[in-house]
Design a protein around this ligand. Structure first.
Ligand code: NAG
Ligand code: NAG
Length: 205
């Protein structure tokens, strides 16, 4: 009883202290410009574990006022497009960034710089088949999101790209070949045994 009370209160305290309330995406300034500048070819399906994309990001100089003095770091993430979120609560978009599950794959984290940021990223093997975009968040010194930018528009309808996961076929092929080798060893042994027996038999006769 006391233990569970302690647990509940410590959860409450950590909620109050930290970001349990969370920053909302809609409260952030959209001041970063993010582009996929190179992928194997436009419209190509990227193979996880093999293909890469090159990203660039910068501060939008047309944004009124120079608001980036508090930016300390940038984290770039791979995010699910709406079509890959359908019927999947575990990828759901929430305005509260603590609860948001849109951007689950970390691409890179770097100190903030207003321009000349480029990064080439190989799509990691744990990325599932789906349709994606890239988003960059700027963080202040308290590690709170303060701004963002993304490769797609606000409705997430353009400049999306597709990833194809490593198919299960390789795995099943591997299993098939292991089974086959095991089978061949067993049958080889069986053959030897039969052969031996046959030899014995003919000797006895
Ligand atoms: C840059 O900011 C201006 C002013 O807010 C905006 O009109 C423009 O669309 C932004 N550019 C990009 C690429 O987001
Ligand atoms: C960015 O790159 C351009 C050309 O490569 C260079 O002229 C410029 O000084 C660089 N800016 C910064 C802030 O490093």
């Amino acid at each position: 009883m006391a233990a569970s009370l302690l647990l509940v209160s410590s959860i409450l305290i950590s909620c109050l202290a930290a970001s349990c309330h969370g920053v909302t995406l809609s409260s952030l300034q959209k001041t970063l410009i993010v582009f996929v500048t190179a992928s194997p070819s436009p419209g190509q399906v990227l193979k996880a574990g093999e293909d890469s994309i090159t990203l660039t990001w910068s501060f939008n100089n047309s944004f009124p006022g120079r608001t980036d003095s508090a930016y300390k770091t940038v984290r770039v993430k791979l995010c699910f497009a709406p079509i890959s979120q359908q019927d999947r609560a575990w990828r759901k978009t929430e305005d509260n960034l603590v609860k948001d599950k849109t951007c689950q794959y970390k691409i890179v984290a770097k100190p903030y710089s207003p321009s000349n940021n480029t990064f080439s990223w190989t799509v990691q093997r744990d990325v599932p088949t789906g349709t994606y975009f890239v988003r960059a968040y700027a963080y202040n010194s308290a590690d709170e999101e303060v701004a963002y930018g993304q490769t797609t528009n606000a409705h997430k309808t353009n400049n999306l790209f597709q990833v194809k996961a490593i198919s299960g076929r390789h795995v099943s092929l591997d299993i098939a070949s292991i089974c086959f080798s095991a089978f061949s060893i067993v049958s080889l042994f069986g053959f030897f045994l039969l052969e031996k027996r046959g030899a014995k038999h003919s000797q006895e006769n």
